[in-house]
Design a protein around this ligand. Structure first.
Ligand SMILES: O=C[C@H](O)COP(=O)(O)O
Length: 251
C-alpha cells in the first residue's frame, strides 16, 4: 500500500491573511489519525512563514515552481535550493498553468525536476491532456509522451511524485469519471514500472482536477490514485481536511 499524499496548490491565492488556514490544517491534522502525508503549496511570498507555522507538525510546505539553475541572473525566479532553504520540502513542476502561461516544455519541466532532486526536495511532476486532445482520442499518447520527456533520469530512484491533471477538469467543476481516472492512472503506473522497475511501483500518482470533499473518496479508492493535487478546495481548511479524511478512510 502506498502512503497517500494529499497536496494543496493554492496557486496565486493568499496573502498573509491566509496563514491561519495553515494553522487550522496543522491543528486539524494533530487531532486526526496519521494515515497520509499532507502538503500545502502556498504562493512563494508565504512559503517561509507557512513553513514556520507548520514546523514540527504533520503538514509539509512546498512551492509551486522553481528554476532549473541553482543561482544566477534569472530575475523573478527561485531556485530549488532557495525553496529548501525557506523550509519547502516539495515543488510542483510542469503544472498545466505553467506550461500554458509560461510556455514551459517538458524538457524545461524535466530540468526543474532534476533541480529539485539536486536540492533535496521532492518534485511533483504534472501531466495532463487538453479537452481537444481527449476528444481526439490522444489522451494516453499525450500522457506517455509527457511522462517520458518530463521525468529526468536524476529521479530514477523513485524520489518524485506524478500528478495527473486533465486540463479540462482544472477549476471547472468538471471532474473526470472514475473510469477515465482509473484508465490514465493505470497507464501511468505501467509506464513508471517499465522505466523505473521497482522504484516506479512506489511512486505516488496524484489526481488533480476539481477534487472536492464530495468526490474525493471515490477517486482516492482507486488502486493507482495515491493522493490528490487540490486547487480550489485546498483554500478552506475544512474542505482540505475532509479530503484528507477521505484519503485515510480507504486504508
Ligand atoms: O493543482 C491543482 C489543480 O490544478 C486542480 O485545481 P482545482 O482543484 O481547483 O481544479
Amino acid at each position: 500500500m502506498i502512503r497517500p499524499l494529499i497536496a494543496g496548490n493554492w496557486k496565486m491565492n493568499g496573502t498573509s491573511a491566509m496563514l491561519p488556514v495553515v494553522q487550522e490544517v496543522v491543528t486539524g491534522l494533530s487531532a486526526r489519525a496519521d494515515g497520509a502525508d499532507c502538503l500545502i503549496c502556498p504562493p512563494a511570498t508565504l512559503l517561509e512563514r507557512a513553513a514556520k507555522v507548520a514546523q514540527a507538525s504533520a503538514l509539509a510546505i512546498g512551492a509551486q515552481d522553481c528554476h532549473a539553475k541553482e543561482a544566477g541572473a534569472h530575475t523573478g525566479d527561485l531556485s530549488a535550493e532557495m525553496i529548501a532553504d525557506a523550509g519547502g520540502r516539495y515543488v510542483i513542476v510542469g503544472h498545466s498553468e505553467r506550461r500554458a502561461d509560461h510556455f514551459e516544455s517538458s524538457e524545461i519541466v524535466a530540468n526543474k525536476a532534476a533541480a529539485a532532486k539536486r536540492a533535496g526536495i521532492t518534485p511533483i511532476i504534472c501531466v495532463g491532456e487538453t479537452l481537444e486532445e481527449r476528444e481526439a482520442g490522444r489522451t494516453l499518447e499525450i500522457i506517455s509522451d509527457q511522462l517520458a520527456e518530463s521525468i529526468p533520469d536524476a529521479v530514477c530512484d523513485g524520489s518524485f511524485v506524478v500528478a495527473y491533471e486533465p486540463v479540462w477538469a482544472i477549476g471547472t467543476g468538471k471532474v473526470a469519471t472514475t473510469e477515465q481516472v482509473d484508465e490514465v492512472h493505470n497507464a501511468i503506473r505501467d509506464k513508471l514500472n517499465q522505466r523505473f522497475a521497482d522504484a516506479g511501483a512506489s511512486v505516488r500518482i496524484l489526481y488533480g482536477g476539481s477534487m472536492k470533499p464530495d468526490n474525493a473518496a471515490g477517486l482516492l479508492s482507486l488502486q493507482n490514485v495515491n493522493g490528490g493535487l487540490i486547487g480550489g478546495a485546498s483554500l478552506k481548511a475544512a474542505d482540505f481536511l475532509a479530503i484528507y479524511d477521505a484519503g485515510i478512510s480507504n486504508l
